[in-house]
Ligand binder design. Sequence first.
Ligand code: ADP
Length: 293
Amino acid sequence: MDNACRTEIEQGIANALGSAPVALQWTPIGGGDINAAYRLTGERGSWFIKLNRAERLAMFEAEAEGLQAMAAADGPRVPAPLTWGVAGGRSYLVMEWIELRSRGDAAALGTQLAGLHGRTAERHGWHRDNTIGTTDQPNPPDHDWVRFYRDQRLRFQLELAGRNGLDQRLQARGEALAERMAAFFSGYTPVPSLLHGDLWTGNVGFDSAGQPVLYDPAVYFGDRESDIAMSELFGRLPAAAYEAYNAAWPLDAGYPVRRDLYQLYHVLNHANLFGGPYAGEALAMMDRLLAQV
Ligand code: ADP
Protein backbone atom coordinates (compact mmCIF):
# COMPACT_ATOMS: atom_id res chain seq x y z
CA MET A 1 0.00 0.00 0.00
CA ASP A 2 1.66 3.21 -1.09
CA ASN A 3 1.07 6.46 0.75
CA ALA A 4 -0.77 8.16 -2.11
CA CYS A 5 -3.31 5.31 -2.19
CA ARG A 6 -3.81 5.49 1.58
CA THR A 7 -4.25 9.25 1.49
CA GLU A 8 -6.83 8.98 -1.29
CA ILE A 9 -8.82 6.39 0.66
CA GLU A 10 -8.59 8.47 3.84
CA GLN A 11 -9.99 11.37 1.82
CA GLY A 12 -12.84 9.13 0.63
CA ILE A 13 -13.64 8.14 4.21
CA ALA A 14 -13.57 11.79 5.33
CA ASN A 15 -15.96 12.69 2.49
CA ALA A 16 -18.33 9.91 3.51
CA LEU A 17 -18.22 11.06 7.12
CA GLY A 18 -18.50 14.74 6.16
CA SER A 19 -15.34 15.57 8.09
CA ALA A 20 -11.80 16.76 7.40
CA PRO A 21 -9.41 13.97 6.37
CA VAL A 22 -7.09 12.57 9.03
CA ALA A 23 -4.29 10.03 8.78
CA LEU A 24 -5.55 6.64 9.95
CA GLN A 25 -3.65 3.76 11.41
CA TRP A 26 -3.63 0.78 9.01
CA THR A 27 -3.36 -2.63 10.67
CA PRO A 28 -3.32 -5.69 8.37
CA ILE A 29 -5.98 -8.34 9.06
CA GLY A 30 -5.49 -11.97 8.05
CA GLY A 31 -8.15 -14.55 7.42
CA GLY A 32 -9.85 -13.39 4.21
CA ASP A 33 -9.87 -15.75 1.27
CA ILE A 34 -9.78 -13.21 -1.46
CA ASN A 35 -8.92 -9.69 -0.52
CA ALA A 36 -6.24 -7.78 1.37
CA ALA A 37 -7.85 -6.38 4.51
CA TYR A 38 -6.95 -3.83 7.18
CA ARG A 39 -8.38 -2.34 10.30
CA LEU A 40 -8.38 1.43 10.01
CA THR A 41 -8.29 3.36 13.25
CA GLY A 42 -8.66 7.09 13.78
CA GLU A 43 -10.11 9.57 16.22
CA ARG A 44 -13.62 9.08 14.88
CA GLY A 45 -13.67 5.31 15.07
CA SER A 46 -12.55 2.10 13.38
CA TRP A 47 -13.36 0.71 9.95
CA PHE A 48 -12.71 -2.49 8.06
CA ILE A 49 -11.31 -2.14 4.54
CA LYS A 50 -10.95 -4.77 1.82
CA LEU A 51 -8.81 -4.12 -1.25
CA ASN A 52 -8.45 -5.86 -4.57
CA ARG A 53 -7.48 -5.11 -8.15
CA ALA A 54 -9.20 -2.08 -9.70
CA GLU A 55 -11.23 -4.30 -12.09
CA ARG A 56 -12.98 -5.84 -9.09
CA LEU A 57 -14.81 -2.65 -8.11
CA ALA A 58 -18.17 -4.13 -9.21
CA MET A 59 -17.61 -6.97 -6.74
CA PHE A 60 -17.32 -4.47 -3.89
CA GLU A 61 -20.26 -2.38 -5.14
CA ALA A 62 -22.41 -5.51 -5.13
CA GLU A 63 -21.18 -6.46 -1.65
CA ALA A 64 -22.02 -2.97 -0.34
CA GLU A 65 -25.51 -3.18 -1.88
CA GLY A 66 -25.94 -6.65 -0.43
CA LEU A 67 -25.03 -5.44 3.05
CA GLN A 68 -27.52 -2.59 2.67
CA ALA A 69 -30.26 -4.99 1.59
CA MET A 70 -29.55 -7.22 4.57
CA ALA A 71 -29.47 -4.27 6.96
CA ALA A 72 -32.97 -3.31 5.79
CA ALA A 73 -34.34 -6.78 6.61
CA ASP A 74 -35.29 -8.10 10.01
CA GLY A 75 -32.16 -10.26 10.18
CA PRO A 76 -28.80 -10.47 11.94
CA ARG A 77 -26.56 -7.43 12.27
CA VAL A 78 -24.27 -6.75 9.31
CA PRO A 79 -21.41 -4.24 9.03
CA ALA A 80 -22.69 -0.96 7.58
CA PRO A 81 -20.84 -0.09 4.37
CA LEU A 82 -19.34 3.42 4.43
CA THR A 83 -17.67 4.05 1.07
CA TRP A 84 -16.12 2.23 -1.89
CA GLY A 85 -14.24 3.09 -5.06
CA VAL A 86 -10.87 2.92 -6.77
CA ALA A 87 -7.68 4.52 -5.42
CA GLY A 88 -4.13 4.11 -6.65
CA GLY A 89 -5.15 1.36 -9.07
CA ARG A 90 -6.94 -0.70 -6.40
CA SER A 91 -10.62 -1.12 -5.66
CA TYR A 92 -11.73 -0.94 -2.06
CA LEU A 93 -14.73 -1.23 0.23
CA VAL A 94 -14.78 0.43 3.65
CA MET A 95 -17.34 -0.66 6.23
CA GLU A 96 -18.04 -0.41 9.92
CA TRP A 97 -15.53 -2.29 12.09
CA ILE A 98 -17.22 -4.84 14.33
CA GLU A 99 -15.16 -6.58 16.98
CA LEU A 100 -15.98 -10.18 16.10
CA ARG A 101 -16.09 -13.17 18.41
CA SER A 102 -16.69 -16.80 17.66
CA ARG A 103 -19.27 -17.33 20.42
CA GLY A 104 -22.50 -15.59 21.28
CA ASP A 105 -26.26 -15.94 21.27
CA ALA A 106 -26.67 -18.89 18.89
CA ALA A 107 -30.43 -19.05 19.35
CA ALA A 108 -30.70 -15.40 18.30
CA LEU A 109 -28.68 -16.29 15.22
CA GLY A 110 -31.29 -18.88 14.22
CA THR A 111 -34.25 -16.62 14.92
CA GLN A 112 -32.69 -13.68 13.09
CA LEU A 113 -31.71 -15.84 10.14
CA ALA A 114 -35.37 -16.80 9.81
CA GLY A 115 -36.10 -13.06 9.97
CA LEU A 116 -33.68 -12.39 7.11
CA HIS A 117 -35.32 -15.13 5.07
CA GLY A 118 -38.70 -13.68 5.92
CA ARG A 119 -37.85 -10.72 3.67
CA THR A 120 -39.28 -11.96 0.39
CA ALA A 121 -39.55 -10.74 -3.20
CA GLU A 122 -41.77 -11.48 -6.20
CA ARG A 123 -39.02 -13.32 -8.05
CA HIS A 124 -35.82 -15.22 -7.39
CA GLY A 125 -32.56 -13.50 -8.33
CA TRP A 126 -31.68 -9.88 -7.67
CA HIS A 127 -31.60 -6.50 -9.40
CA ARG A 128 -27.92 -7.01 -10.21
CA ASP A 129 -25.33 -9.73 -10.66
CA ASN A 130 -22.68 -10.25 -8.00
CA THR A 131 -19.93 -12.74 -7.18
CA ILE A 132 -19.54 -15.89 -5.11
CA GLY A 133 -15.92 -15.81 -4.03
CA THR A 134 -14.50 -14.16 -7.13
CA THR A 135 -16.72 -16.18 -9.49
CA ASP A 136 -19.48 -14.28 -11.28
CA GLN A 137 -22.94 -15.02 -9.94
CA PRO A 138 -25.74 -14.11 -12.37
CA ASN A 139 -29.05 -13.08 -10.81
CA PRO A 140 -31.58 -12.43 -13.60
CA PRO A 141 -34.98 -12.40 -11.87
CA ASP A 142 -37.15 -15.47 -12.46
CA HIS A 143 -40.37 -16.58 -10.75
CA ASP A 144 -39.41 -20.23 -11.38
CA TRP A 145 -36.88 -21.36 -8.77
CA VAL A 146 -36.11 -24.73 -10.38
CA ARG A 147 -35.22 -23.04 -13.65
CA PHE A 148 -33.25 -20.31 -11.84
CA TYR A 149 -31.22 -22.75 -9.76
CA ARG A 150 -30.68 -25.10 -12.68
CA ASP A 151 -29.59 -22.48 -15.23
CA GLN A 152 -28.08 -19.64 -13.20
CA ARG A 153 -26.42 -21.72 -10.52
CA LEU A 154 -25.76 -25.33 -11.59
CA ARG A 155 -25.33 -24.93 -15.35
CA PHE A 156 -23.40 -21.69 -14.96
CA GLN A 157 -20.80 -23.46 -12.81
CA LEU A 158 -20.76 -26.49 -15.14
CA GLU A 159 -20.00 -24.29 -18.15
CA LEU A 160 -17.25 -22.61 -16.17
CA ALA A 161 -15.83 -26.02 -15.28
CA GLY A 162 -15.73 -26.79 -19.00
CA ARG A 163 -13.90 -23.55 -19.76
CA ASN A 164 -11.52 -24.21 -16.86
CA GLY A 165 -10.69 -27.64 -18.28
CA LEU A 166 -11.90 -29.56 -15.21
CA ASP A 167 -12.83 -33.27 -15.33
CA GLN A 168 -15.21 -33.65 -18.29
CA ARG A 169 -17.41 -36.09 -16.39
CA LEU A 170 -18.56 -33.11 -14.32
CA GLN A 171 -20.43 -31.63 -17.26
CA ALA A 172 -21.99 -34.91 -18.43
CA ARG A 173 -23.19 -35.91 -14.98
CA GLY A 174 -24.10 -32.36 -14.07
CA GLU A 175 -26.25 -32.07 -17.17
CA ALA A 176 -28.00 -35.36 -16.34
CA LEU A 177 -28.73 -33.92 -12.93
CA ALA A 178 -29.92 -30.61 -14.36
CA GLU A 179 -32.39 -32.46 -16.57
CA ARG A 180 -33.79 -34.42 -13.63
CA MET A 181 -33.67 -31.61 -11.12
CA ALA A 182 -37.41 -30.94 -11.02
CA ALA A 183 -37.85 -34.32 -9.25
CA PHE A 184 -36.24 -32.84 -6.13
CA PHE A 185 -38.97 -30.24 -5.93
CA SER A 186 -42.17 -32.24 -6.19
CA GLY A 187 -44.62 -30.75 -3.71
CA TYR A 188 -42.19 -27.98 -2.75
CA THR A 189 -42.26 -24.45 -4.18
CA PRO A 190 -39.93 -22.13 -2.27
CA VAL A 191 -40.70 -18.44 -1.86
CA PRO A 192 -37.95 -16.01 -2.94
CA SER A 193 -36.23 -15.22 0.38
CA LEU A 194 -33.44 -12.73 0.91
CA LEU A 195 -30.33 -14.89 1.23
CA HIS A 196 -26.87 -14.22 2.55
CA GLY A 197 -25.76 -16.45 -0.29
CA ASP A 198 -22.37 -17.53 1.09
CA LEU A 199 -23.35 -18.57 4.58
CA TRP A 200 -20.45 -20.79 5.58
CA THR A 201 -19.41 -20.63 9.22
CA GLY A 202 -16.43 -18.39 8.37
CA ASN A 203 -18.87 -15.61 7.45
CA VAL A 204 -20.76 -15.75 10.75
CA GLY A 205 -19.66 -14.23 14.06
CA PHE A 206 -20.92 -12.42 17.14
CA ASP A 207 -20.34 -8.86 18.30
CA SER A 208 -19.05 -7.86 21.74
CA ALA A 209 -22.62 -7.96 23.10
CA GLY A 210 -22.94 -11.56 21.88
CA GLN A 211 -25.34 -10.62 19.07
CA PRO A 212 -24.99 -12.45 15.72
CA VAL A 213 -23.18 -10.76 12.83
CA LEU A 214 -23.14 -11.89 9.20
CA TYR A 215 -20.62 -10.54 6.72
CA ASP A 216 -19.11 -11.17 3.26
CA PRO A 217 -22.48 -11.92 1.58
CA ALA A 218 -23.38 -12.91 -1.99
CA VAL A 219 -26.98 -11.69 -1.70
CA TYR A 220 -29.92 -12.69 -3.87
CA PHE A 221 -33.49 -13.90 -3.43
CA GLY A 222 -33.92 -17.65 -3.51
CA ASP A 223 -34.79 -20.79 -1.57
CA ARG A 224 -33.87 -20.26 2.09
CA GLU A 225 -32.83 -23.92 2.26
CA SER A 226 -29.77 -23.04 0.18
CA ASP A 227 -28.45 -20.75 2.94
CA ILE A 228 -29.06 -23.42 5.56
CA ALA A 229 -27.34 -26.00 3.31
CA MET A 230 -24.26 -23.78 2.92
CA SER A 231 -24.11 -23.33 6.71
CA GLU A 232 -23.69 -27.12 6.95
CA LEU A 233 -21.03 -27.52 4.26
CA PHE A 234 -17.78 -26.36 5.90
CA GLY A 235 -18.50 -26.94 9.58
CA ARG A 236 -21.88 -26.16 11.11
CA LEU A 237 -23.56 -23.42 13.10
CA PRO A 238 -24.21 -24.24 16.77
CA ALA A 239 -27.14 -26.68 17.25
CA ALA A 240 -29.11 -23.97 19.08
CA ALA A 241 -29.11 -21.87 15.89
CA TYR A 242 -30.83 -24.62 13.87
CA GLU A 243 -33.29 -25.31 16.68
CA ALA A 244 -34.28 -21.65 16.89
CA TYR A 245 -34.48 -21.37 13.09
CA ASN A 246 -36.82 -24.34 12.90
CA ALA A 247 -38.91 -23.01 15.75
CA ALA A 248 -39.30 -19.68 13.94
CA TRP A 249 -39.89 -21.13 10.46
CA PRO A 250 -39.69 -24.93 10.16
CA LEU A 251 -37.79 -26.38 7.23
CA ASP A 252 -39.64 -28.61 4.77
CA ALA A 253 -39.28 -32.38 5.28
CA GLY A 254 -37.53 -32.65 1.90
CA TYR A 255 -34.66 -30.38 2.94
CA PRO A 256 -32.06 -33.12 3.66
CA VAL A 257 -32.17 -34.31 0.03
CA ARG A 258 -32.05 -30.81 -1.44
CA ARG A 259 -29.20 -29.94 0.94
CA ASP A 260 -26.83 -31.95 -1.26
CA LEU A 261 -28.13 -30.25 -4.37
CA TYR A 262 -27.53 -26.83 -2.81
CA GLN A 263 -24.11 -27.73 -1.44
CA LEU A 264 -23.14 -28.94 -4.90
CA TYR A 265 -23.22 -25.35 -6.21
CA HIS A 266 -20.61 -24.27 -3.67
CA VAL A 267 -18.46 -27.37 -4.16
CA LEU A 268 -18.49 -26.75 -7.93
CA ASN A 269 -17.54 -23.14 -7.28
CA HIS A 270 -14.65 -24.32 -5.13
CA ALA A 271 -13.59 -26.69 -7.89
CA ASN A 272 -13.64 -23.75 -10.31
CA LEU A 273 -11.75 -21.47 -7.93
CA PHE A 274 -9.29 -23.88 -6.36
CA GLY A 275 -9.41 -27.09 -8.45
CA GLY A 276 -7.89 -30.08 -6.68
CA PRO A 277 -10.10 -32.50 -4.76
CA TYR A 278 -13.25 -30.38 -5.08
CA ALA A 279 -13.95 -31.73 -8.59
CA GLY A 280 -13.89 -35.31 -7.26
CA GLU A 281 -16.14 -34.30 -4.37
CA ALA A 282 -18.59 -32.70 -6.80
CA LEU A 283 -18.68 -35.89 -8.89
CA ALA A 284 -19.40 -38.00 -5.81
CA MET A 285 -22.19 -35.62 -4.79
CA MET A 286 -23.71 -35.80 -8.27
CA ASP A 287 -23.68 -39.60 -8.15
CA ARG A 288 -25.44 -39.59 -4.79
CA LEU A 289 -28.05 -37.16 -6.09
CA LEU A 290 -28.61 -39.01 -9.36
CA ALA A 291 -29.16 -42.22 -7.42
CA GLN A 292 -32.21 -40.58 -5.82
CA VAL A 293 -34.10 -39.48 -8.92
P1 ADP B 1 -12.87 -11.96 2.08
O1 ADP B 1 -13.90 -11.28 1.22
O2 ADP B 1 -11.48 -11.65 1.64
O3 ADP B 1 -13.14 -13.43 2.31
P2 ADP B 1 -14.07 -11.31 4.65
O4 ADP B 1 -15.14 -10.31 4.41
O5 ADP B 1 -14.50 -12.72 4.88
O6 ADP B 1 -12.97 -11.23 3.51
O7 ADP B 1 -13.21 -10.80 5.89
C1 ADP B 1 -12.02 -11.44 6.30
C2 ADP B 1 -11.99 -11.54 7.83
O8 ADP B 1 -12.01 -10.23 8.40
C3 ADP B 1 -13.23 -12.24 8.37
O9 ADP B 1 -13.03 -13.61 8.53
C4 ADP B 1 -13.46 -11.56 9.69
O10 ADP B 1 -12.75 -12.20 10.72
C5 ADP B 1 -12.88 -10.17 9.50
N1 ADP B 1 -13.95 -9.16 9.23
C6 ADP B 1 -14.78 -9.12 8.16
N2 ADP B 1 -15.58 -8.07 8.22
C7 ADP B 1 -15.26 -7.40 9.35
C8 ADP B 1 -15.74 -6.21 9.96
N3 ADP B 1 -16.70 -5.47 9.40
N4 ADP B 1 -15.18 -5.82 11.14
C9 ADP B 1 -14.18 -6.55 11.68
N5 ADP B 1 -13.68 -7.67 11.15
C10 ADP B 1 -14.20 -8.10 9.99
